[in-house]
Design a protein around this ligand. Structure first.
Ligand code: ADP
Length: 618
């Protein structure tokens, strides 16, 4: 027993210790409390947003935990002294053991209730009044040890909004029971008269909803519907203001001006709108200041920043309203994104792709243009080089040309002298003179032909493409070089194809290419014994669609490993060489769509082949 008593004592001590620990913990900073007294139902969109604002302010203050109690008085829907009496009893009982540090009273009806009932229920609690208009009548309701944050849409503000929507406004219809409340819009008559003395006003504030719906559906042009919250109609039927507005909007044929942003998006066009969240937050912030130790009477009642001109974009479109007419600082909601904003990224991506593509095309076109210019320039350079090359060749050949010209000139001289002698005869043989003159003419033509050949070889004509006889063309080159060949003691021979070969091209250019090959051949054999001093030009058909000219010599052949390098500009192994003959021949042949290549023959010597497409393939 003794043991049990000892054990029980120990347990009791433990229990006491743990309880006292709990007490100490709970004894920390005392919880602060706010009571939100709302005049209407918490569950309505407007009042629930007010409450959310108060809660947000309490949360933001960050100084310990604040309990927020909330009560809906709902006196508009439940009027009469009995309900009020029972409400007082209920609240007294409910809050008997709860101390309230500050009351936030929302709405005029709640202020009125506190004026007469607060002493009974929460005698010591200071009050912050929210959602009350700054009117002498409402200030008269304020108890001592209180302060207020005012919120009000003035009747004239509804009128201003209506005139922004209907610029030539002459008539308004008042809908909603708040128009009758002297503590809210009660002064509308005086205010309207001050702004628009001639305004035609139809007051439907005490009409039944059915009648309101009928009337607002048959309004003339230049009119607008000004709504305040409708809680009940003339028959005493109660509505939620939002659903009442929706029913009015169903039949309304003119724009509806509203007063709360909780009504926006329900067919109201907009107006100066109460912002319930701001109303709650502003009142909540003042309540927190009081909880933090400020005396309510030291905070002068002030007007909140809780009304803003806001409009529904869709309604503005419906009523054809120019946004420029809206009151300054207006906000437009529900704006439908236009094509640009809706597909901004798509458009931006497509545009950048097109832009990049365009840029690339522009760069490519420029590249092409530059390449074209470079090609033109290269062709010009090549033409100049070719001309130089021809002049150099002609220079080299000047001795043989002089020799070639000498023959006809000497013959002309001899023939002329002979003719003179014949004519000295008293009876000259005229037939012989005629014959001599014929010879002179032929020799002159020969000389002219030699000069012509040289001139056409040296001319710098732009490329001209004609169908030419390849055998004749090659033959002319060999003839042209014949005197030089004789001078250098080199034998030149041609082996034309048995059949006619015709190609399309510039005769002078092709002759120049072949001439360079023949001159190189002659150079290659110049130092060799007689039996090897020979250059042969052959023409033949290949595969029925190609013409091939081959210039072969019996020289020492091309240096090993240089078979392709020799075609590069300025490659030369000769002490006096320029190294451009083959590169010019290469360019000319390529420009004619042909190919040029060199080989060393097994018997020694080099052979250069030029293949060209036939003018008409067989
Ligand atoms: P160049 O005759 O002024 O040297 P080319 O371009 O005509 O310039 O020839 C380039 C080089 O190709 C020559 O220097 C020579 O080495 C080589 N070559 C050309 N033709 C022959 C040939 N028939 N036999 C051997 N080598 C040749």
């Amino acid at each position: 027993m003794c043991t049990i008593t000892g054990l029980a004592r120990i347990l009791l001590i433990c229990l006491f210790t743990s309880l006292s620990c709990e007490c100490i913990a709970a004894d920390g900073p005392r919880q602060r409390s706010i009571l939100v007294l709302e005049e209407a139902d918490f569950r309505s969109p407007f009042y629930s947003e007010v409450f959310a604002g108060i809660r947000a302010a309490a949360k933001q203050s960050g100084k310990g935990h604040t309990v927020i109690y909330g009560e809906s008085l709902d006196l508009a829907r439940f009027p009469g002294p009995d309900y009020e009496e029972s409400l007082v009893g209920h609240l007294k009982t409910k809050y008997a053991l709860r101390s309230i540090d500050v009351i936030v009273s929302i709405g005029v009806a709640s202020a009125k209730f506190l004026q007469t009932r607060k002493q009974d229920i929460w005698p010591a609690a200071p009050v912050v009044y929210g959602f009350v208009p700054d009117l002498p009548e409402t200030r008269a309701l304020f108890l001592p040890d209180t302060t207020a944050v005012f919120a009000r849409v003035r009747p004239t503000q509804l009128l201003i909004a209506a005139r922004a929507i209907v610029p030539d406004l002459t008539r308004v219809v008042l809908v909603g029971d708040a128009w009758r409340n002297p503590l809210t819009y009660g002064h509308w008559k005086q205010e309207f008269a001050a702004v628009m003395p001639d305004l035609d006003v139809t007051d439907l504030s005490d009409a039944v909803l059915r009648e309101v719906r009928e009337q607002v559906g048959a309004l003339p042009a230049r009119s607008a519907i000004l709504t305040s919250a409708m809680y009940s109609d003339g028959e005493g039927t109660y509505y939620s203001p939002a659903s009442a507005l929706a029913r009015v909007a169903e039949t309304a044929n003119r724009p509806i001006i509203i007063t709360s942003d909780t009504f926006l998006g329900r067919s109201g066009v907009g107006g100066f709108l109460l912002l319930p969240e701001s109303i709650g937050r502003e009142a909540g912030e003042v309540a927190m200041r009081i909880l933090d130790g400020e005396v309510p009477s030291s905070i002068a009642p002030f007007g909140g920043n809780n009304v803003k001109p806001i409009f529904d974009w869709r309604q503005l479109k419906r009523w054809n309203v120019d946004e420029a007419n809206l009151p300054p600082g207006s906000e437009v909601r529900f704006r439908e994104p236009n094509f640009w904003t809706q597909y901004y990224w798509h458009i931006a991506i497509v545009a950048s792709v097109v832009l990049i593509q365009g840029l690339m095309i522009a760069i490519l076109l420029r590249e092409r243009h530059l390449r074209f210019l470079a090609e033109v320039e290269a062709r010009q350079r090549m033409s100049e080089l070719a001309h130089m090359n021809r002049r150099a060749t002609a220079g080299e050949m000047s001795a043989s040309l002089a020799h070639e010209l000498n023959q006809p000139l000497a013959a002309i001289l001899i023939n002329a002298e002979t003719a003179q002698q014949v004519l000295q005869n008293p009876a000259p043989d005229l037939a012989e003179v005629r014959d001599i003159l014929d010879h002179i003419r032929r020799d002159d033509q020969r000389a002219a032909a030699i000069i012509d050949r040289l001139r056409s070889f040296l001319k710098r004509d732009p490329t001209e493409r004609r169908e030419i006889d390849l055998n004749a063309t090659v033959g002319e080159v060999f003839r042209f070089l014949s005197v030089q060949a004789i001078t250098n003691d080199v034998e030149l021979a041609t082996e034309p194809s048995s059949s006619d070969i015709r190609v399309k091209g510039d005769k002078v250019q092709l002759q120049q290419a072949i001439l360079n090959l023949v001159v190189n051949g002659m150079d290659a054999v110049a130092h060799l014994p007689n039996d090897r001093r020979r250059v042969v030009g052959r023409t033949r058909l290949l595969d029925g669609n190609l013409a091939v000219v081959s210039i072969a010599d019996a020289g020492d052949g091309i240096l090993t490993g240089k078979l392709t390098e020799i075609f590069k500009p300025f490659f030369t192994t000769k002490s006096q060489g320029m190294g451009i003959g083959l590169s010019i021949a290469h360019s000319i042949v390529e420009a004619h769509g042909g190919r040029i290549w060199a080989e060393n023959t097994p018997s020694g010597g080099a052979v250069f082949h030029v293949s060209l497409p036939l003018a008409a393939p067989r």
